[in-house]
Design a protein around this ligand. Sequence first.
Ligand code: F6R
Length: 630
Amino acid sequence: MRPSAENEQRERLKCVVHPSADIASALAAAELATLIRRNNAAGRPTVLGLATGSTPVRLYRQLIRLHREEKLSFKNVVTFNLDEYHGLPRTHPESYWRFMHEQLFNHLDIPPANIHIPDGTVPRAEVFAWCRAYEEQIRAAGGLDVQILGIGRTGHIGFNEPGSGRDSRTRLVTLDALTRRDAARDFVGEANVPRHAITMGVGTILEARRILLLAWGEAKARVLADAVEKTPTDSLPASFLQGHPAVELHLDAAAASELTRLRHPWLVGTVDWTPAITRRAVVWLAQQVGKPVLKLLDEDYSEHGMADLLTEQGPAYGLNIRIFNELQHTITGWPGGKPGADDQHRPERALPAQKRVVVFSPEPSDDVLGMGGTLRRLVDQGHDVTVAYLTSGNLGVPDEEAAMAAELVIDLAGTGTEFAQTVRRQLGAKAAFDSDTPEIRQLKGVLRRGEARASLQACGVAATRARFLDLPFYEQGRYRQFRIGEADIAAVAALLREVQPHQIFATGHSADPSSVPALGFEVLRRALALAAGEAWRADCRVWLYRGPDREWEPAEIEMAVPFSPRELTQKIQAIYHHKSQRSQSPVVAAGLHESWQQAEHHNRAIAGRYDALGLAEYEAIEAFRRWRES
Ligand code: F6R
């Protein structure tokens, strides 16, 4: 789909879609570098508004590279950060002060006096005055030349959560429940996430002369499309950017995927009716008018801007049947292929009848959440299944679980083993926000292995089929700061070479590129590239499954594996074995926040959508797409 003025007519903010977050970040860095160089040459300071979080990390790496390799000087750059958690000391591993120094400032020649970050330690009584002074400092510096922004899933910019007005200024705010949930990983548990923050206001941000908003990954897609295409409202603060004269959004394909020009291109212009777009459009039409596919009329098509599709491929009846059949052919109870069956219209090939299958799980539990029912089927149908856990997942285990396990070992062994004693001592000495010691991480990793084995067994997979790769990028890093290396790729490549799979199941292809699933997928992609010339590779299909936050749309699905009510219960039981991943808070558990609840909800929702389209009515469906290297 070529971008054109016609395609972009619904977009009230200028959006540029890039092939990757790296490319987008390099362009944003180049724009900043040009401005800084021009100002440096003229002896003028450059005033930058900066953000934290996963989004700008690549941009900051580029700025560091420009400083090191191309002598870009930051001596005359003045910075103001958007926000900071209230109540965190600077030394806290999740403080934005620390983040900015570790990710950027420590690597540049910027004078410390030029750096301004909201102070999370200001006492409540003084916050108001402090915030006014922050605004005054921005004004005194000449205002912001460029403001860098990310966007939260609530639609926040800075920490301006829904409800923030267009004219809001720097102030103390209460964080939205979703924002706190999104930060729970970083703080190892939602209970540890601060409830308040100091943030520049929407009005403060809008005074910047230029604004660059960056966004990556499918989790941002929905909120982004709303911010870009809907009328500005304080229930979605990012939408207020629409009033700004020089704002630009740089997106990767996953973050842009809900923009109308990409999701429903027929609504905004003429399209090439490829088979994929046709299928999407017909399914969308059926959902829009609330009819099964086979009951769509010519009028339905023409009343919804799809008359040209009818002209090309109509009348409706034949087109409906074709799409119905395509959807029907995605359904299979044989995810590894049905032996002896004609496989021309089946998602998977019949031969070889017994396939070697590798299921990659970024962290323990992603496998059962995304495809617990399919895993059981694959095993029951005689395939040789290996489940490869890419990372130990130890960063996701609360201390309480580790303490309990250490106590257990000590109790069992009477006087206790040395290792458990060490962990107990270290946990006891651990201050509120200290990072885990290697021993604590090791024990937490052991816990997750135990859960993964129990969960596999509940899916009918022998625990011996599990392979724990403990990839070094994860063991040596922490959230948002992982970097994959050759050793990670070599470990996955070695497993692939050993198993020589016919089928691979994987996830993370369109996740936030800093997330563990996305990095895990990148490692797999590179390992597969290494194997490009090998014989097994030519006969190996890669199937993608999705994490619990989002399900595929029916038109995107290439293999739909239905399961019975009993199989759904078994899947939930399997997920339940990942005890350390359950919510630590009974209050949170009351919503739809537990991952097993989300998985159940999604699997039922897909089945419901297939049913509404006029296909068979199943209890639950797990869905997959083929991954084809482009
Ligand atoms: C950070 C900030 C936030 C983040 C947003 C996205 O300073 O102000 O608005 O930009 O929450 O966070 P990430 O980038 O972690 O997805």
